[in-house]
Each structure stands twice: as structure tokens, then as C-alpha cells.
Ligand binder design. Structure first.
Ligand code: OAD
Length: 252
């Protein structure tokens, strides 16, 4: 059962549940970085990239067809990160660690903003936009050598072009990270889903695994998603506004 009516009551209920929780997991998506000025994955592309679908730029096939284009798109997104900072939602999620014995943030985001805000235990399901490896062999790059503004991907010592260290459509998630996330979903007593459209699996399956294993599932999103009907509590609104209210109640 989900409910957004009288959301203050549900924020209070969430804070009450967190006070007695032992193991808490948060699954975050692009929506939690929106208030930092990063468009979500499914927001319309703007400017130079308006004519491309993210799905065409975020696939191994897209990279093989046009490595320069894909490199430049990721370069522009990486450059954008220099201008942005974590928002109140990221800071509040980091602060939650002071109030619960065990907290893990499982994120689909590649922007590193949870870590910048101070979250200590972060599982990056879809990798990181500031890491690189070569396309052919997966040799990791020394990130300090990857300049901004290159029009083509630089090459690894083996001759293969470097690619961003993110998970593209059609690729598997890092197995160790995914299996840790699944274990957490099975063992958390509270599982909070924030800012994700809930349509990209296997990440989107985690709240269902958690629910099945007996966790209370709480969702934070301005819009209902395919997860909403399964959530025990739906806190309808922006992450940067809802999270600080929860932490405020935990402090009071
Ligand atoms: P999406 O862009 O699919 O969804 C963003 C979600 O955030 C939507 O449900 C919005 O309603 C919600 N949202 C918008 N503003 C918000 C706010 N201020 N606070 C909270 N929520 C807000 O992003 P993801 O669900 O993260 O994967 O997308 C999942 C994956 O699909 C991405 O990691 C990426 C993409 O394809 C890969 O690249 C493999």
C-alpha cells in the first residue's frame, strides 16, 4: 500500500521507523542529483546533444560506431560535474549514517555526489564517470592523464581506445557490486528508494527483493513509478526537500 496524502504524517512515520532500524539501504537514481543541476537520464537532452537519444550514446555499439561522439558526450557530462555540488538531499543521506547502525547507499548515479557529500559506504551499480578503462581489455586508465576537451578517446598502451568506466545498456553490472546490493536488499529492515524511475533492471528489482524479504520499502519521488504500488510509504516530493525533513525529525 502506498500513500502520499498528508505527507508530513508519512515523513514522521519514516523518521519513527528509522529510529528503531538496524540495517538501512538507500537505492538512489538520477532524481537525487536533479537539484544539483544535473538533468536526469530521461530529461530531454539539450544543446548539442538534443538530436541524440541517451540510449544511442550509452551503448557499446554506439561507441564502436562513433567513438568520438560518445567520448565528447561523456566529456561534457564530466566537465559539468566541475560546476555542481551535492544538494541538501545528498547531505541529509550522508547524515543519516549518524542515526542508524548500518547504512549503505546503492546508487545508479555515476556522478560521485554521494561520496562528495560525505556518504562513506556507497555501492556504484553503474560505475563512475571519472574512471576509465580501455574498450578491448578493460585495462584501467590513470585518470590524471585523461584531459578534458579531447575530441577523440585517448588510447591505452595496448592500442585500444579508453571508454568511460560506466555500465552501458546491454552490459552486465559489476558482479560483486550487484551481489552485495542484492544481499543488502535481502537483509535490510528499511529500504528507501529515491529519485529513480524504476525501469532499468537489475537495479529496479532491488526494492522488490527487499519487500519480499520483509523490509519496509519507502519511496521518495515527485512522481509515482512502477515501484510506488509496492512501497509501504510514498513520500511524494523532491529529494532535496524530503530528506532534510526526515533528518530534522531524527535530530528532534
Ligand atoms: P531517470 O532519469 O530514469 O529517472 C529519474 C527519476 O527521478 C524520475 O522518476 C523522476 O520523477 C525523479 N525525480 C526528478 N526530480 C527529482 C527530485 N528532485 N527528487 C527525487 N526524484 C526526482 O533516472 P534513473 O532512474 O536513475 O543507466 O535511471 C536509471 C538508469 O537508467 C541510469 O542509471 C542510467 C539510465 O539508463 C545506465 O546508464 C546504465
Amino acid at each position: 500500500m502506498s500513500n502520499s496524502i498528508n505527507s508530513h504524517v508519512f515523513i514522521e512515520k519514516t523518521a519513527e521507523l528509522l529510529k528503531s532500524a538496524k540495517r538501512v539501504a538507500i537505492l538512489s537514481g538520477a532524481g537525487v542529483s536533479k537539484e544539483s543541476g544535473i538533468p536526469t537520464f530521461r530529461d530531454a537532452q539539450t544543446g548539442l546533444w538534443a538530436n541524440y537519444r541517451p540510449e544511442d550514446l550509452a551503448t557499446p555499439q554506439g561507441f564502436l560506431q562513433n567513438p568520438d561522439l560518445v567520448w565528447q558526450w561523456y566529456d561534457s557530462r564530466r566537465k559539468k560535474l566541475l560546476e555542481v555540488s551535492p544538494n541538501a538531499g545528498h547531505y541529509a543521506m550522508a547524515e543519516l549514517a549518524q542515526f542508524v547502525p548500518e547504512l549503505t547507499v546503492i546508487t545508479q548515479n555515476v556522478d560521485g555526489l554521494h561520496q562528495q557529500a560525505g556518504s562513506k559506504v556507497v555501492l556504484e551499480l553503474h560505475g563512475s564517470i571519472t574512471a576509465f578503462r580501455c574498450f578491448a581489455k578493460g585495462h584501467p586508465a590513470n585518470t590524471d592523464n585523461i584531459e578534458f576537451g579531447l575530441t577523440s578517446p585517448p588510447k591505452c598502451h595496448c592500442g585500444s581506445p579508453y571508454r568511460p568506466g560506466v555500465v552501458w545498456f546491454g552490459e552486465s553490472l559489476p558482479g560483486d557490486v550487484l551481489s552485495k546490493a542484492q544481499q543488502l536488499a535481502k537483509s535490510a529492515d528499511i529500504f528507501i528508494v529515491a529519485g529513480t524511475s524504476g525501469i532499468v533492471h537489475p537495479a529496479a528489482s532491488l526494492p522488490f527483493i527487499a519487500k519480499e524479504a520483509g523490509a519496509t520499502v519507502i519511496e521518495i519521488n515527485p512522481e509515482p513509478t512502477p515501484i510506488t504500488d509496492t512501497a509501504d510509504i510514498f513520500l511524494q516530493g523532491p529529494s532535496g526537500q524530503i530528506w532534510p525533513k526526515i533528518i530534522g525529525l531524527l535530530k528532534s
